[in-house]
Ligand binder design. Structure first.
Ligand SMILES: Nc1ncnc2c1ncn2[C@@H]1O[C@H](COP(=O)(O)OP(=O)(O)OP(=O)(O)O)[C@@H](O)[C@H]1O
Ligand SMILES: O=C(O)c1ccc[n+]([C@@H]2O[C@H](COP(=O)([O-])O)[C@@H](O)[C@H]2O)c1
Length: 220
């Protein structure tokens, strides 16, 4: 049988791996996974778990957006529902936690604010912001990028259907990492629920039950 190569979504010639990023002995290493999580799915969870392992992180904090200002063209579920689904999905993993900072700050969510607030709450900690290939490709359209890249090391992860490449961050500011490919998106999960199709095994079981209990995404 011939060898089968899966497409990785990495731009040609891209080097990957945890070799880069800050390595400051004695400092805590905290991953930050920001997202709208409407709903959270296994693509998010695998990305966070894989980066935590490859970068020897002490933990990963999931930060649901308050108002995702680049998603105003669509209906976004209530922040409390997105927050609770994120808590349900991460509760069993002692390395994972969830922060309300973006929800409680109010107003549009800017990652510069997220990272500044997390830095204040976590002194002596290096932050590693985890982002999928699609979001990384948009990062230069985010607000306050002058400060953004000094607050954390950025880790772009592969995502099926998207090419992972450095969009031009400051030298040494980003690492590109291959993670197990899960072709899952929140958009698809919402569409499946709206059609009455199952989302079992795309999202954690507790999230399936929460979506059902709160009747989310019906008739969308
Ligand atoms: N399947 C996946 N594999 C790798 N990264 C992912 C995957 N799904 C989402 N991400 C990343 O997780 C972060 C949060 O994503 P988000 O909550 O917007 O989910 P989404 O599935 O992209 O949602 P939507 O379809 O509603 O736009 C982003 O950085 C995104 O690139
Ligand atoms: O800082 C910004 O201006 C900005 C603009 C768009 C997205 N983000 C962040 O990118 C992460 C993924 O966002 P989203 O909208 O794809 O769920 C999340 O942490 C957002 O706060 C940040």
């Amino acid at each position: 049988m011939g060898e089968h190569h899966m497409p990785t979504g990495l731009a040609k010639g891209t080097r990957t791996g945890p070799g880069s990023g800050p390595s400051n002995p004695g400092k805590r290493r905290l991953g930050v996974m920001g997202g709208t999580f409407d709903p959270i799915h296994h693509g998010h969870l695998v990305a966070a778990s894989e980066v935590a392992a490859q970068f020897h992180l002490d933990g990963v904090v999931f930060v649901p957006t308050g108002q995702p200002w680049q998603k105003t063209d669509r209906k976004v579920s209530a922040a409390e529902d997105r927050y609770l689904m994120t808590v349900i999905a991460t509760a069993e993993n002692p390395q994972f936690s969830v922060s309300r900072i973006d929800i409680d700050r109010g107003g549009p969510t800017y990652t510069t604010d997220t990272l500044r607030d997390l830095k204040a709450l976590n002194p002596d900690t290096d932050l590693f912001f985890i982002t999928g290939a699609d979001a990384l490709g948009q990062i230069l359209t985010w607000r306050y990028t002058d400060e953004l890249f000094s607050l954390a090391h950025f880790i772009g992860v592969t995502r099926p259907g998207h090419t992972l490449a450095d969009p031009g961050l400051p030298e040494g500011g980003v690492s590109l990492v291959e993670v197990p490919a899960l072709a899952i998106s929140s958009t698809d999960c919402r569409a499946r629920v709206a059609k009455g199709d199952p989302v079992w095994y795309l999202v954690p079981d507790g999230v399936v039950r929460y979506i059902d209990k709160r009747q989310l995404y019906r008739g969308e």
